[in-house]
Design a protein around this ligand. Structure first.
Ligand SMILES: [Fe+2]
Length: 268
């Protein structure tokens, strides 16, 4: 006999901030971002195996190039499941979503495994900070109103809370109060997940689990006053979601990936 709680959980992979580039030799602070993504994908397959859904949560390209987005699409072919892509501050959002559609990765509301996934575009052209347009906020509210019984994971690129790093204070989600006003109306929201800060972070807010995830390339030093990178390996987040609304999660890193990070940069 199978009960809901004992049924196989939905396995979700978050890949974030790969900062891919047009050329195969493209590097970010000394790290070849194609090679580091490849190392992370190999680590996923080795440690966790095949996911059921992939969330790619922004800064998919460093240079906004078609080649970068197509490289991502081709590399995700290592997995047997669908993916959904979001834009970050480094992306060319229009180009990203056009290519995402070619790979079936442009859905913004996904119902799978007894959960719903809502993807919000917080990117603002030409800006590092994020903002959710009225249309994104009403999309969020509508989907949650229409699906009150499905536990929800909401994801966006920018951090909607203070993450304890001075230099990141002004580059998060600007209209976070409006975002939380919507979230606070819907108790089925279990998880809010983002990228952008290139580090592992887990917090709680009014019963909602808040999570950020290491980049698949370079990592920012947590709690740093000024821009700072640290020599941690590229990584990913894995979530296992039960239809009851409970879940487990874990961050893993490609520890065998060798790289020489430019530690003294003042930006990226
Ligand atoms: Fe990033």
């Amino acid at each position: 006999m199978t009960t809901t709680e004992n049924a196989r959980p939905l396995r979700v992979l978050q890949l974030t901030d790969p900062h891919l580039m047009a050329g195969s030799d493209g590097t970010l602070l000394g790290v070849n971002t194609r090679n580091s993504l490849n190392a992370v994908i190999a680590e996923v397959l080795r440690s966790h195996g095949q996911p059921d859904l992939i969330l790619a949560t922004g800064d998919l390209a460093q240079d906004g190039s078609q080649e970068a987005y197509r490289f991502l699409g081709e590399r995700l072919g290592a997995f047997n499941c669908g993916s959904a892509w979001l834009a970050g501050n480094h992306d060319d959002a229009a180009r990203l979503y056009a290519i995402a559609a070619e790979y079936g990765a442009s859905q913004r509301h996904i119902v799978q495994g007894g959960w719903q996934f809502i993807l919000l575009d917080s990117s603002v052209p030409g800006q590092v900070y994020g903002e959710l347009a009225e249309s994104e906020l009403s999309f969020l509210a509508e989907r949650l109103e229409q699906n009150p019984d499905l536990p929800a994971l909401v994801t966006l690129h920018h951090h909607p809370v203070d993450v304890g790093a001075d230099w990141m204070q002004d580059i998060g989600l600007r209209n976070r109060d409006a975002f939380w006003q919507v979230i606070d109306r819907f108790p089925q929201v279990k998880v809010v997940l983002w990228g952008h800060i290139h580090q592992n972070l887990e917090q709680q807010r009014k019963g909602v689990h808040l999570m950020a995830t290491p980049s698949t390339c370079i990592q920012f030093t947590s709690g740093s006053r000024n821009f700072s990178v640290e020599e941690q390996a590229p990584g990913y987040r894995w979530l296992e979601l039960q239809a009851s609304g409970s879940f487990t999660t874990e961050v893993r890193r490609a520890l065998d990936f060798e790289f020489e990070l430019e530690l003294n940069s003042s930006g990226y």
